[in-house]
Write a protein that binds this ligand. Sequence first.
Ligand SMILES: *Cc1c(COP(=O)(O)O)cnc(C)c1O
Length: 381
Amino acid sequence: MVFAEQLPEPENAAAGREGGGMLTVDLDAVEVNWHALAHQIVPAECGAVVKANAYGLGLEAVTARLAAAGCNTFFVADTTEARRVRGSAHHATIYVLNGVLPADAAACVELNARPVINSMAELAEWDAFTAAQNWHGGAALHVDTGMNRLGMSAAEAAALAPRLETENHGITLLMSHLACAELADHPLNGSQITLFRELRLLYQGVPASLANSSGIFLGAAAHFDLARPGAALYGINPTPGQRNPMRCVVEMTGRVLQLRSVEQGDTVGYGATWTAQRPSRIAVVALGYADGVLRAASGSGRGHGGAIIAGKRCPFVGRISMDLVTIDVTDLAEGAVRRNDSATLIGEEITIDDIAASAGTIGYEILTRLGQRCRRVYRGA
Ligand SMILES: *Cc1c(COP(=O)(O)O)cnc(C)c1O
């Protein structure tokens, strides 16, 4: 399989010898993660959220792989993404989470994608459109149970339910979204689950969906009929604070361009923010914030960032710049690292979640910003 992100073979091979960073996406691991989540929620169905280019990893590659693995339901943010999913999963059910603005309605029909209806006004508009088109492709109803982002109110959904007997709105899924699923003890989880369970009783025969990745780990009460994991498929820990049950999917490596020695008292990088406390050796690696190595992770002292060089974790020092990062390799054995060696900034040992912690953000943001410039390699494609 060849994907848009991959260069034609000759260029690809040449790029492998050149200096740029490399982002490896392990599609086997994505599939293993999907099967693990699916297994955990049996008999409920497991979908896949592939919005934002599958969290930056490549929508087509991920969708094709998961569709082949048996995933039948995909969630995207908008119709542009729905079009890309349709090209890779011809028979799958596609839900468009951002719903349907007037300009998107025709695309939903053309692509046989189902909008997630987020308000009563949107439902009325969609009803009028589908009636005029004689379209019966279905739609999800998104009910807000405490997130206060998208979705109609619980009261509106409750009032609508009895009318479904006589009015055909083509509702194929009742949906809500958890605000705090990654905080297992948060009281909002229980109240959202309870409210959604009550609403669901009013929608007999309509499948129900509540859980995102972390929601799956809240137990069977959160599973309902269809789960919507995104992050966990891509290796982000859905149970923060506990061992990550998911396989690592992404590896990012860059080349050491130069090794330099600095004296005690010398500073490194823009703003002279780091001062050597001892004679030090610094590896300069060809990855920077333009590759998604967030500047906020610069020599943060939060203790999670850095790179694996010659098998050891070495800290970032000084500011991360656009194309370069400086790493303290003083503690490596003399000669253990050389120019042109590889440094691993993300992988098994330094995870997406570690990087996120060191940059003061979440793994989701790290993933979706990764590797605009890196050469991409799909393992298992
Ligand atoms: C993004 C999203 C998901 C997936 O959430 P993860 O935490 O990545 O598993 C599920 N449902 C909705 C409504 C979303 O917006």
